[in-house]
Design a protein around this ligand. Structure first.
Ligand code: NDP
Length: 265
């Protein structure tokens, strides 16, 4: 039998840690498979490229998660609900789509003390995460710099605000799900707003990983426990690997192998 192939699609994709994570797990669990990366400029060419490369499965990152959703023949109920796919598996010629980002986040926060969560940002990651948190019984408020993307959230029953309309409340967890701090040193919201909510919070998380963002620095300056997005990245990868291998391996079997991708850097 020939080696089974997997890849990550995105643009840019050179920074992605997914090939390292999955290849460690394939090697550690003695699965005859390899995982590469493919910079894809046009999301509309995702399915064709997947087939040309002879892949069994793929992960999809920015900006193609909606295109991946459109390319699938069969959708997992959660992916269907949030309209974004980050994991594809080909079975009997049909593409099955999943979203493992938000389940990865849920797993990463574990058992949170308190139920009130303030999400900064209203993009694709915020949407999927807000939905899974609400379905799990959390009270979620969305704060975004502009109003455009908030309507969908309001229609789904979330409390929403822009910087202009926000009336600070008390939140147990504050999560940065904007891209502020990813490639710059900006805060995700004006400092006075953040300083009105951080002191009351039990913890602050940034889903950006591999650096201490200005948001996390500010939270730490207020003495709050902080975490970056590494656990979310690891856990979404483990859940994707479970799908890739049709649940041959459990989460706990995969974890120590994939974890090595975070020890090397
Ligand atoms: P989107 O492009 O869909 O959304 C970006 C959001 O950030 C929008 O709400 C946008 O606001 C807001 N935003 C962008 N720049 C700023 C700024 N300077 N100040 C305030 N708000 C800003 O992105 P995604 O939802 O796909 O990703 C969001 C973040 O999550 C990224 O940093 C990404 O790297 C990270 N991520 C981490 C993962 C992990 O495993 N750790 C997994 C997936 C994502 P507006 O609507 O006004 O434009």
């Amino acid at each position: 039998m020939s080696t089974t192939r997997y890849a990550i699609f995105g643009d840019p994709v050179s920074h992605s840690r997914s090939p390292l994570m999955h290849n460690y797990a394939f090697r550690g669990l003695e699965v005859d498979a390899c995982y590469g990366r493919w910079r894809l400029a046009e999301g509309s060419r995702l399915k064709e490229t997947f087939e040309t490369l002879g892949l069994r499965g793929a992960n999809i990152t920015v900006p193609h998660k909606e295109a991946a959703f459109a390319a699938c023949d069969v959708l997992d109920p959660f992916a269907k609900k949030v309209g974004a796919v980050n994991t594809i598996v080909s079975r009997n010629g049909r593409l099955h789509g999943y979203n493992t980002d938000a389940p990865g986040f849920l797993r990463a926060i574990g058992e949170l003390e308190g139920r009130r969560v303030l999400i900064l940002g209203a993009g694709g990651t915020a949407r999927a995460t807000a939905v899974i948190l609400k379905d799990s019984g959390y009270e979620v408020t969305i704060l975004n710099r502009s109003a455009g993307r908030l309507e969908t959230f309001r229609n789904e029953g979330f409390a929403t605000a822009t910087f202009e309309t926000f009336a600070p409340g008390t939140y147990d967890l504050i999560v940065n799900m904007t891209s502020a701090g990813l490639e710059d040193e900006s805060l995700p919201a004006p400092q006075p707003i953040l300083e009105a909510v951080i002191p009351e919070a039990r913890a602050c998380i940034d889903v950006i990983y591999g650096k201490e963002t200005p948001f996390l620095k500010l939270a730490r300056a207020h003495g709050k426990p902080t975490r970056d997005g590494s656990d979310m990245l690891l856990y979404q990868g483990i859940i994707a690997f479970e799908h890739f291998t049709d649940h041959t391996f459990s989460f706990e079997e995969i974890r120590p192998h994939m974890q090595k991708a975070f020890e090397d850097v």
